[in-house]
Design a binder for this molecule. Sequence first.
Ligand code: ZN
Length: 133
Amino acid sequence: MLRYLDVRSRTRTEMIDITSLVQEQVRAANARSGVCNLFVLHTTAGLTINEGADPAVQRDMMTFLNRLVPLDPYFTHAEGNSDAHIKSTLTGTSLSVFISEGKLLLGTWQSIYLCEFDGPRPRRVAMKLCVDG
Ligand code: ZN
């Protein structure tokens, strides 16, 4: 079954923890065991899994990505957001997470993030649950 997660970003670049939104959809689908596939439907956003405990980790990652790929005038893309397109490719646009006993199988410190690289904007993540049995 295909579902959608709608998220609104608040700043140009940020990491938004969507773990509870995803888990809520898993619960609503009554999925006990299987795979949750996520795909962000945008070219200037990404998906990643990383630490959810200390917000400094998210800040440091975004600071690093912004320094790695600055808003640079030598880019030729007329929209002026090539940095965001590049960061989207760096993080990737899809994730798969196993579902075990009705819950996303994540490590203790892991959270699922929508990475915003050209906000603020409304964002949509497609979610496909493949359930065992
Ligand atoms: Zn563009």
